[in-house]
Design a protein around this ligand. Structure first.
Ligand SMILES: Cc1cc2nc3c(=O)[nH]c(=O)nc-3n(C[C@H](O)[C@H](O)[C@H](O)COP(=O)(O)OP(=O)(O)OC[C@H]3O[C@@H](n4cnc5c(N)ncnc54)[C@H](O)[C@@H]3O)c2cc1C
Ligand code: SF4
Length: 511
């Protein structure tokens, strides 16, 4: 008897030949199904470069599949959602068996499961083995923890995967974490010569997609002038090799540093390739460990890099699935303000925000500290509605996919889940930005002034936040120390800070 045709759905962020979806593919009877959904591009208000990256990477992957003789049905630019396109295909061809890898996005997972039920077809939804840690392993780890903290999860991942540990499971260099040594600003004179990351000229497929996006989404934010992201596996591998060869050596020490017109620092710029699954995290870590030995690189740098991928990336994914759908609604401080318009234009007088948002619009990229301590810090201090902030992050970064964006934004930057996996809110005044960058040198505001016309808005809003939440901070040993410096500010000055903050909060669009 002939086996029935099985439809193998491959989503835009599952572009790996080694993924679980293709593991037992029958070339005689099975068919790959890929959908470019205009609906998905509009569901979040995406940066033009993000749309180009996804579409171009999907088309390149489809081309690879075709060259390997995979039967494939590829739907270009449909106004249907992925699930509606899938429904149409299944109904038209009377398909009874659907294979896919579990979507990264919670909503899509629910929708595919509901569709399979509705159409009464067999759904073979497979675990995403791209990640080191499965959902069940994460749930088991979280089950008996009083506090969910990266550090302990990360140690477990190091031991389980035998990465940077000796045969007895002890950490390399007798220390699990070298974070303290990875937080230095650039020297006062500036970062000096930074080896440029490798980028790729758009080929004919990418050029076609760029033309399409310019025509179809002319009002979407962001620039396509400098679109140079890796769009296929061979480019992603080249980018990885280039990074470990030339840039990894300086990754660690200035990981948190910022400088004007220095959009990438020493960062790897690998997140979009990892998230599209053009790269596997195991090969990225292996390449870094290999370079560490080959070039005798600093352990602090290597540990810092491994922690981001084996630690944070796996941890936030675990947290996302553990806490969805609630995580998307969390609003611990009940903030309700609207996102200032200049988040979409970069047209603000605050030099730090202008630089971080400007490069984001230009390239679809900002590094972690710019996202956390510049745009994220401001959004928290300015009491913006968390879901509006999350929508912005999801729209504007080329590496943004909800499973990684939401926990980072709502959980880490905005403390919207009340500290479910962070010990205290990540807030800072202008003094921190002054220490970690040169932004304040060219700013009309003064980072050390707390209120008045020249006061740095971030500084004013920082102190205002501490004054507002003082009793709450002081009631917990985790946050008690945060308000210690308030004792040095007179009641009168505190009143002036609050009045000035009130004025700023009511005029956010004019900052
Ligand atoms: C508010 C906010 C939103 C964010 N949104 C996203 C997002 O949508 N997509 C995304 O991939 N990352 C996101 N991050 C995490 C981090 O900022 C980016 O992964 C990083 O800036 C990507 O640049 P890179 O590849 O040069 O990273 P590097 O600094 O070179 O780090 C190496 C790799 O580690 C991983 N990594 C590092 N930090 C994190 C983290 N906190 N969470 C998960 N993975 C991490 C990434 O895969 C990254 O490529 C966000 C962080 C914040 C604070
Ligand atoms: S003074 Fe304040 S607003 Fe201006 S760059 Fe410094 S931190 Fe940013």
């Amino acid at each position: 008897m002939n086996s029935p045709k099985r439809l193998v759905l491959i989503l835009g962020d599952q572009l790996s030949l080694d993924g679980a979806a293709l593991k037992d593919f029958y070339f005689e009877t099975d068919e790959v199904f890929m959908v470019e959904s205009i609906h998905e591009a509009q569901y979040v208000w995406s940066h033009q470069a993000k749309i180009v990256l996804f579409l171009s990477a999907m088309r390149h992957f489809a081309q690879t599949l075709k060259s390997l003789n995979y039967p494939i049905s590829y739907i270009e630019n449909t106004p249907l959602s992925i699930v509606d396109a899938l429904r149409e295909k299944i109904q038209q061809e009377k398909i009874t068996y659907l294979i896919c890898v579990e979507p990264g996005e919670w909503r899509l997972k629910q929708e595919i499961e509901a569709l399979a039920k509705e159409l009464e077809i067999q759904l073979d939804m497979r675990e995403d083995d791209h990640f080191f840690c499965s959902h069940s392993e994460f749930v088991a780890w979280a089950a008996d923890k009083k506090e969910l903290r990266l550090e302990y999860f990360y140690r477990l991942m190091r031991k389980t995967n035998h990465i940077l540990v000796d045969a007895d499971g002890n950490p390399e260099g007798d220390q699990w974490n070298f974070d303290q040594e990875n937080r230095k600003p650039f020297p006062r004179k500036g970062p000096g010569m930074i080896e440029e990351p490798i980028f790729f000229e758009p080929d004919s497929i990418t050029q076609e997609v760029i033309a399409f996006v310019q025509k179809t989404y002319p009002n979407h934010p962001g620039s396509l002038e400098t679109f140079r992201w890796p769009v296929n596996r061979s480019q992603a591998l080249e980018a990885l090799n280039y990074f470990v060869e030339y840039r990894l050596r300086n990754f660690g020490v200035h990981q948190d540093a910022m400088w004007t017109n220095t959009p990438y620092g020493w960062h790897s710029i690998l997140s979009s390739s990892l998230n599209l699954k053009l790269l596997n995290p195991r090969e990225v870590i292996a390449a870094a460990l290999n370079a560490w030995k080959k070039y005798s690189l600093d352990l602090t740098t290597i540990e810092g890099f491994v922690r981001q991928i084996l630690g944070w990336r796996e941890f936030v994914r675990g947290m996302y699935y553990l806490d969805m759908p609630g995580m998307a609604q969390d609003n611990y401080y009940e903030h309700q303000r609207t996102l200032p318009n200049w988040y979409w234009t970069g047209d603000t007088k605050m030099a730090c925000m202008k630089d971080a948002i400007g490069q984001t619009l230009q390239y679809g990229y900002a590094h972690h500290i710019q996202r956390l301590m510049v745009t994220g810090n401001f959004a928290l201090l300015a009491e913006i509605l968390p879901s509006a902030v999350c929508d912005w992050y999801l729209a504007i970064y080329v590496d943004a996919i909800e499973w990684v964006e939401l926990p980072n934004t709502a959980g880490m930057a905005l403390f919207a889940n009340g500290g479910r996996f962070t010990s205290k809110p990540y807030i800072a005044s202008g003094a921190y930005i002054k220490r970690m960058s040169n932004y304040c040198n060219s700013c009309k505001y003064k980072p050390d002034v707390r209120y008045g016309e020249t006061a740095c808005p971030i500084t004013t809003l920082y102190w205002n936040f501490l004054i507002k939440h003082r009793s709450q901070f002081e009631s917990s040993p985790r946050t008690k120390l945060m308000t210690a410096n308030l004792k040095r500010i007179s009641d009168e000055d505190q009143k002036s800070i609050m009045e000035h903050a009130d004025h700023l909060l009511n005029n956010l669009n004019n900052l």
